[in-house]
Write a protein that binds this ligand. Structure first.
Ligand code: ADP
Ligand code: ZN
Ligand code: ZN
Length: 742
C-alpha cells in the first residue's frame, strides 16, 4: 500500500516514518512508514520496486518527511529487538561518509550473512536447560544415577545449552524424564557466551618494557587514546595484549582484538582462552553462516568477554567495550580492497574515539602512516626492543643469484645451510610469495605464454589439479598438450611456486617431511592446525609457504628462514612496495630462532647491492622508515599527503575510460575555478592489471596535503559521478586512502 507524504500525523493516522538502509549498492536510504515506533537497528521487510528486501532501520523521523515520492508501509518487522546498536549505526554512518560508500551495502557488510535473510533472531536461539529451584530433596529413585548426575550438573550450570549437556554425556531421554518430574525446565534463549575455566596458570612475569606498555594502556582507561606498540618479532606483544585483556575483564568490560588473518585466530584464541576466565569468541568468515551469526549475537551481551576477529568484526556490538587492540596493524588485509572499501584500522580508531576508550596498534614493522602519527605525538609510542625469551634476532645473509642457472632454485651456500640445519635436527622455512607449481607455462619453440582469456595475466601451472589457473578470476583450464600458436608439444612450466619447491625438496630430502602452507593446501578445515602440530613436534622438517607462514607462528625449533623471489618488490612502481617488502621479510625472518637456538635468514636476490638490503641485514625498520619518510615528504606522498582513487570499470569494452576522462575533465575544470589549488589530479590511467574477469579498469588519483580539501573534491566528484548513467556494465567506486595506487 502507498500513502502520500502529505498525510498528517494525527491521532487517526498514527504513522511513524523511518529511514531505512537496504542491501543494494545505492547511496540513498529509503523512507517507509509504520503504524508504531521501531527502534533503530531493527531488521524489517520492505517492498522496493517489485522485490521484497531486508532493511535495517537507521533512524525515525520526528515529523513526517518531505519527499517527492509516495511512501510505502513497512511489510513486516522481523525482530522485536535491534540487530545493530545505535553506537554501531553511528560508526557505520561515519564510515559511509568518510569512505563514500553506499550506506545500505555498508550496513550489511557488518551483518552476518545469516541475518541478511528473512530469518528472525529467535531462530538462533538455543535450547537451554536449568534445574528448578526449591524442590528439595529431589524425588529421584536411588538407581536413577544418570538423572541424578544430570540434575547435579544443571544445578551447577544453569541455562545450559543442549550441546554442552551432550558433551557431558547427558542424553535427551534423561532430560525428558527430569522435565516430566518437573525438576528441570527447558527454554529458548539467545545464545550466550559461556564462561570458561582457564586450563593453566602460566602467567609470565612481564619484562620491564612489557609492564610499562601494559601500564600505559591501563592508565588511559575510559578515555580516547591511541597507542602504537612497536615490538620486534618475539618481543612478547601477545603477552602484553593478554595482560591488557585481563585488566579490562576484571572491570567487567569487553576487549576487541582485531587480527589480519583468519589463520591467526585459533592459536591466539587458544592462548588467551587458556589464561582468561571470560569467554573468548572468535569471529571470521570461515565459520558456517548460522554459527557465525550465533557467535555474533553473543557479542551483544554486556558480560565481560574478548572477541577476536578479522576486518569486519570491527563493528560487532560489544556494549561494554573497554579497549580495542589491532594486531599487525600494518597489514594490508585490514583494508577491504574490493566491493565496499574501508580500512578496519581507521574505523577502529573512530570507534575508540566515539566510545572514549584506548586503542592499541601493535606491530614489529608499523605502517609509515602509524609511525608518523606517533612521531607527531598523536599516538603514544610504546616499544619492546628485546625478545621476551632473551633469544637474539636471527642473522641475515643475502645470497647472490644473478649467476644462478634459470633451472636452479638455490645457491650452493643456501643448500648447504639447509642441509646443516636439518642434520642438526632443526627446521627450515622456505618463503615464497607465489602459490602453484610455476607462474607461467611457456612454449619452448615460439615463447607463447598461456594467458587468461578474461584477464591480462599469465596463467599459473598447478600440478596437483593438473591445470593452468588464473589467480585473478579463478578460472581453471586443463594444461594444453600443444602450443596453440605453433603446435609444438614442448610446453614448459617456467619459474617456481610453492608446489614446485615442495616437490623438488621432497625429492632431494627423501627422509625429511616437506610441508606446504598456502591457500591451496589449507582449503580443508583444520589443515593449518595439522601443519602447526607437526612443526611443534620439533622434529626436522621443511615448511614451504606463502604469506600465510609469515605471521604469528611460534615454532621454537625453526632456525632457518630462506626468502625467495623478493626481487619484484625492489623495483615496483607502487610507492609502498619497498615498505611492504621489508615488513614481509622482517615478519618471516622473525619466525626463525624464536626458541633457545639462534636463527638464521637467507635472502636470495639478483640485486644484492640494493640499498634496502642494508636495512634488512640489520633488521633496521626504523632506519628504513626514516629514509623512506624523507623521500615521501619530498614527493608529497602519504603519509605527507592524503590520497583517493576514483575507479571505474566497464564490462567487455573500455568505455569506462572515456567516462572517467569526463570525470577528470570536470574535476580539472572545477579546480581551475577555485583559488586554492592544494590538490593534484592525475591523468586517467589503466589499473595495474587493466582487464580482470573481462572488466576493463581505470582510475584517477587525487591527492592533497589537506584531508578536508581532498574530501571537498571527493564530494564534487561524487556528485558528478551520481549524474552519470549507471548500468550493469559500468561501475565506479571512490577509494579513500587506497593501498594500491596504480
Ligand atoms: P610477539 O607477539 O611479539 O611476536 P609473543 O607474545 O608471541 O611475541 O612472545 C614470544 C615468546 O616469548 C613466546 O614464546 C612467549 O611465551 C614468550 N614470552 C612473552 N613474554 C614473556 C615474558 N615476560 N617472559 C618470558 N617469556 C615471555
Ligand atoms: Zn609455440
Ligand atoms: Zn582470469
Amino acid at each position: 500500500m502507498s500513502i502520500q507524504t502529505t498525510l498528517a500525523l494525527t491521532p487517526d493516522n498514527p504513522l511513524s516514518f523511518f529511514e531505512i538502509a537496504i542491501n543494494r549498492p545505492l547511496f540513498q536510504s529509503f523512507t517507509y512508514a509504520y503504524t508504531k515506533d521501531i527502534q533503530p537497528g531493527t531488521r524489517v521487510l520492505v517492498t522496493l520496486g517489485k522485490s521484497t528486501e531486508i532493511g535495517i532501520v537507521l533512524s525515525s523521523y520526528q515529523t513526517s518527511p518531505k519527499v517527492d515520492y509516495s511512501i510505502n508501509l513497512i511489510d513486516k518487522i522481523i525482530d522485536d529487538s535491534p540487530t545493530l546498536s545505535e553506537e554501531i549505526l553511528q560508526l557505520i554512518r561515519w564510515t559511509s561518509q568518510y569512505y563514500f560508500q553506499p550506506i545500505g551495502e555498508l550496513v550489511f557488510t557488518f551483518v552476518p550473512n545469516y541475518l541478511k535473510q528473512n530469518k528472525p533472531l529467535t531462530s538462533l536461539h538455543l535450547e537451554v536447560f536449568s534445574a528448578l529451584p526449591d524442590i528439595h530433596p529431589p524425588t529421584l529413585a536411588k538407581n536413577a544415577k544418570k538423572q541424578a548426575f544430570a540434575l547435579e550438573y544443571l544445578t551447577k550450570h544453569p541455562n545450559c545449552p543442549k550441546d554442552r549437556l551432550s558433551a557431558a554425556g547427558i542424553t535427551r531421554s534423561t532430560l525428558s524424564e527430569l522435565i516430566k518430574k518437573q525438576l528441570i525446565i527447558k527454554e529458548f534463549r539467545a545464545p550466550a557466551a559461556i564462561l570458561n575455566a582457564p586450563n593453566k596458570d602460566t602467567s609470565l612475569s612481564l619484562t620491564e618494557e612489557q609492564s610499562a606498555a601494559v601500564q600505559a594502556v591501563i592508565e588511559a582507561k575510559d578515555q580516547f587514546s591511541s597507542f602504537l606498540l612497536e615490538g620486534i618479532t618475539g618481543s612478547g606483544k601477545t603477552e602484553v595484549y593478554l595482560h591488557i585483556c585481563q585488566f579490562f575483564l576484571t572491570r567487567q568490560q569487553q576487549v576487541l582484538l582485531l587480527v589480519p588473518e583468519i589463520g591467526l585466530t585459533p592459536q591466539l584464541a587458544e592462548r588467551l582462552q587458556s589464561q582468561l576466565t571470560a569467554p573468548v569468541i572468535t569471529l571470521h568468515s570461515e565459520l558456517a553462516n548460522k554459527e557465525r551469526a550465533s557467535r555474533w549475537l553473543q557479542t551483544h551481551q554486556p558480560m565481560p568477554m574478548v572477541v577476536i576477529g578479522t576486518r569486519s568484526a570491527v563493528a560487532c556490538n560489544l556494549p561494554k567495550l573497554g579497549c580495542i587492540i589491532l594486531d599487525e596493524e600494518h597489514d594490508a588485509s585490514f583494508k577491504q580492497q574490493d566491493g565496499i572499501r574501508y580500512h578496519s584500522r581507521s574505523v577502529a580508531i573512530k570507534r575508540a574515539q566515539l566510545k572514549n576508550i584506548p586503542i592499541v596498534l601493535g606491530s614489529a614493522t608499523p605502517s609509515l602512516e602509524t609511525l608518523t602519527n606517533s612521531y607527531q605525538k598523536r599516538y603514544q609510542h610504546l616499544t619492546l626492543t628485546q625478545r621476551a625469551t632473551g633469544a637474539k634476532l636471527p642473522v641475515t645473509i643475502i645470497e647472490d643469484t644473478a649467476s644462478l642457472p634459470t633451472n636452479e632454485l638455490f645457491t650452493e651456500h643456501t643448500l648447504h645451510t639447509i642441509n646443516t640445519t636439518l642434520s642438526n635436527n632443526q627446521q627450515v622455512l622456505i618463503f615464497i610469495n607465489r602459490r602453484g607449481f610455476a607462474p607461467t607455462l611457456q612454449c619452448s619453440q615460439c615463447h607463447w605464454v598461456a594467458e587468461c582469456d578474461h584477464c591480462d595475466i599469465a596463467l599459473t601451472v598447478h600440478q596437483s589439479t593438473n591445470s593452468v589457473d588464473c589467480h585473478h578470476c579463478e578460472s581453471k583450464h586443463p594444461i594444453p598438450k600443444r602450443c596453440p600458436r605453433c603446435n609444438s608439444p614442448y610446453l614448459a612450466p617456467l619459474g617456481y611456486g610453492t608446489e614446485r619447491i615442495e616437490s623438488e625438496l621432497t625429492q632431494r630430502f627423501s627422509n625429511i617431511p616437506v610441508l606446504r602452507m598456502d591457500r591451496d593446501s589449507t582449503q580443508k578445515k583444520g589443515s593449518i592446525e595439522k601443519i602447526r602440530d607437526q612443526l611443534l613436534q620439533n622434529k626436522p622438517c621443511i615448511l614451504v609457504g606463502t604469506q600465510m607462514v609469515s605471521k604469528g607462528h611460534n615454532f621454537p625449533n625453526l632456525t632457518l628462514t630462506v626468502v625467495l623471489n623478493c626481487d619484484n618488490g625492489l623495483y615496483s612502481q607502487d610507492f609502498r612496495a619497498k615498505e611492504h617488502l621489508l615488513q614481509n621479510i622482517i615478519q618471516v625472518a622473525g619466525r626463525s630462532g624464536r626458541g633457545d637456538k639462534p636463527g638464521k635468514v637467507i635472502i636470495q636476490s639478483s640485486f644484492i647491492d640494493h640499498p634496502l638490503f642494508d636495512y634488512i641485514k640489520q633488521q633496521d625498520f626504523r632506519g628504513f622508515a626514516k629514509e623512506e619518510l624523507k623521500n615521501r615528504e619530498k614527493l608529497s606522498l602519504p603519509p605527507f599527503s592524503h590520497q583517493a582513487a576514483i575507479r571505474m570499470q566497464s564490462l567487455m569494452d573500455n568505455s569506462a575510460y572515456t567516462q572517467l576522462l569526463k570525470v577528470e575533465q570536470a574535476l580539472k575544470a572545477y579546480k581551475a575555478s577555485q583559488s586554492n589549488d592544494n590538490l593534484d589530479i592525475s591523468l586517467t590511467m589503466p589499473a595495474a592489471v587493466e582487464r580482470k574477469s573481462n572488466w576493463y579498469r581505470y582510475l584517477i588519483m587525487l591527492s592533497s596535503r589537506d584531508r578536508k580539501h581532498l574530501h571537498h573534491y571527493l564530494n564534487v566528484a561524487h556528485n558528478y559521478l551520481m549524474t552519470m548513467p549507471r548500468t550493469k556494465k559500468l561501475k565506479w567506486v571512490i577509494d579513500v586512502d587506497p593501498l594500491d595506487t596504480w
